[in-house]
Ligand binder design. Structure first.
Ligand code: PAF
Length: 283
């Protein structure tokens, strides 16, 4: 396994690989890898000849006052984990390599970024789509793999790929959870033991929503009321949003009469966590 930090070197490696007929899978990450990331990598390993991961804490997707500086980083540990799943190349550029002086181009996906995290983090998705578009041009993958935990991110990237004609297959992988149900996230390391306990209410609320849906309820309001009740029963939680949306447009829906996503964002102590579950029409 090699680690590359220069855009030019990464592009040359990708070009040579393509010329020799090899397929490339990319798993973009911000590092501090966990089992969720490793499952994306295992999928990449299965689907392509060469597996490349990027490790880059992307400054443009963090808003003012967010956790850019304190975002957890541990390159040595990440390297060991990546090697363990057979990663071929880690692309780990510096911020100035990705955004040199004079940088001025951004990618903005309009409608699907308006709701949900787009409301409380208005510049976030512009940063995500910008860096992912750059990574696509640098790593030249045939396929790129993302987690479904960041559901709005996945929808946004699919829209960008479609609109900008990137010739890349986007694969979404179901959320990986801890044994007790907490969705895996690098930000879970911020949680104190009490906060971690309170954070379990997100997944428990999702289970409640699933049960209500299974009993035949289709009105969003009735489901959302119970979801909020469970989360608000914890002292350390502060809901940012709990919404039922069309799973393609991400607009709020009053009734689950099409593919839908229950999307949740909650501050637990000072840590903002997101989670979701989808409902299919015929379920
Ligand atoms: O999901 C993430 O870790 C990041 O948003 C991504 C896709 C690597 C872009 O920085």
């Amino acid at each position: 396994m090699k680690t590359l930090s220069s855009v030019k070197e990464m592009q040359e490696f990708a070009e040579d690989s393509r010329l020799s007929g090899k397929t490339i899978a990319l798993v973009p990450t911000m590092g501090f890898l966990h089992q969720g990331h490793l499952e994306l990598m295992e999928e990449g390993k299965k689907r392509a000849d060469i597996l490349i991961i990027s490790i880059f804490v992307n400054p443009t997707q963090f808003g003012v006052g967010e956790d850019l500086e304190k975002y957890p980083r541990d390159m040595e540990r990440d390297k060991k984990l990546a090697e363990g799943v057979g990663v071929d190349i880690i692309f780990a550029p510096s911020a100035s390599e990705m955004y040199p002086k004079g940088y001025q181009t951004y990618v903005n996906v309009k409608d699907v970024t308006r709701n949900l995290c787009g409301i409380s983090r208005p510049t976030h998705f512009r940063g995500v789509t910008t860096v992912v578009a750059k990574l696509f041009n640098i790593v030249k993958p045939h396929i790129a793999i993302f987690g479904e935990k960041d559901f709005q991110q996945l929808v946004t990237i699919r829209q960008m790929v479609k609109d900008l004609n990137f010739d890349i297959e986007i694969v979404g992988i179901p959320t990986v959870r801890e044994k007790d149900g907490l969705a895996m996230s690098s930000r879970n390391t911020y949680l104190t033991p009490e906060e971690r306990k309170a954070a379990l209410s997100l997944n428990q609320a999702i289970s409640i929503a699933r049960d209500i849906f299974r009993s035949g309820e289709r009105r969003s309001e009735s489901i959302l009321r119970e979801v909020k009740k469970r989360i608000e029963s914890e002292d350390l939680t502060d809901i940012d949003y709990v919404k039922m949306c069309d799973s393609q447009t991400l607009e709020d829906i009053e009734e689950i009469d099409r593919g839908a996503v229950l999307a949740i964002a909650v501050k637990v102590g000072r840590t903002r966590l997101i989670d979701n579950c989808t409902f299919e029409r015929g379920e």
